[in-house]
Design a protein. Structure first.
Length: 163
C-alpha cells in the first residue's frame, strides 16, 4: 500500500506544470546572408530568370560539376537521339559458350535481326532486332519463338540510328 502511494505521488510530481522561463536575450542579424532579390527583379524581365541568376554554385565545387553533367545529359535526351522500342531477348544465362552458340544459331536462321551478346553481371544475354512498332516486333517474335522457346519480347530504349 505504501509503494502504491509513493507511485501516485511520483506520478503527480512528474505531471506538475513547469513554469515558463524568461525569453533568451540571444539575437543575431542574418540579413547579411540573405540575397537581395528586389534589385534583381527590377532589372530582369521575369521571375524565372531571377531564380536562374540567383543560383550560382562556387567555382570548383562538386555541385557545379554535377550541374554541367546534368545539363549535358538533358541536352542529349532533348535532341531525341534515343527512342523507345522493343527487342527480342533470345538467351539469358551465366554461360558465355551457350550465349555464343545461341548467337551463331540466331545468325544462321535470322541474319537480318543482327543478334548481339551483351554481359550484365552475372548474366550473358543475346538480344536481337530493334523495333519501334509493337505489331512488327510481335510478328517477328512469334517466328523466333518457334526456334527459341525461351525468347522474350522486352521493351528497351535504344539509339535512333539503329532503327
Amino acid at each position: 500500500m505504501r509503494t502504491y502511494r509513493l507511485i501516485i505521488l511520483l506520478f503527480f510530481a512528474a505531471c506538475k506544470a513547469t513554469t515558463p522561463t524568461a525569453p533568451s536575450s540571444y539575437s543575431e542579424d542574418l540579413s547579411v546572408h540573405r540575397p537581395e532579390l528586389n534589385s534583381a527583379i527590377d532589372s530582369v524581365e521575369s521571375e524565372q530568370e531571377v531564380v536562374a541568376q540567383a543560383y550560382k554554385p562556387l567555382d570548383g565545387h562538386i555541385k557545379s560539376e554535377l550541374d554541367s553533367i546534368s545539363r549535358i545529359a538533358y541536352q542529349e535526351n532533348k535532341a531525341g537521339k534515343y527512342v523507345d522500342g522493343y527487342i527480342i531477348n533470345v538467351y539469358s544465362g551465366s554461360s558465355r559458350d551457350e550465349a555464343n552458340q545461341t548467337r551463331n544459331k540466331m545468325e544462321e536462321i535470322f541474319p537480318e535481326l543482327n543478334p548481339k551478346v551483351t554481359y550484365h553481371q552475372p548474366n550473358f544475354r543475346v538480344k536481337a532486332g530493334r523495333f519501334t512498332n509493337r505489331l512488327k516486333a510481335n510478328r517477328v517474335y512469334q517466328q523466333v519463338k518457334e526456334e527459341f522457346p525461351r525468347a522474350l519480347l522486352i521493351p528497351e530504349r535504344f539509339l535512333q540510328k539503329y532503327e
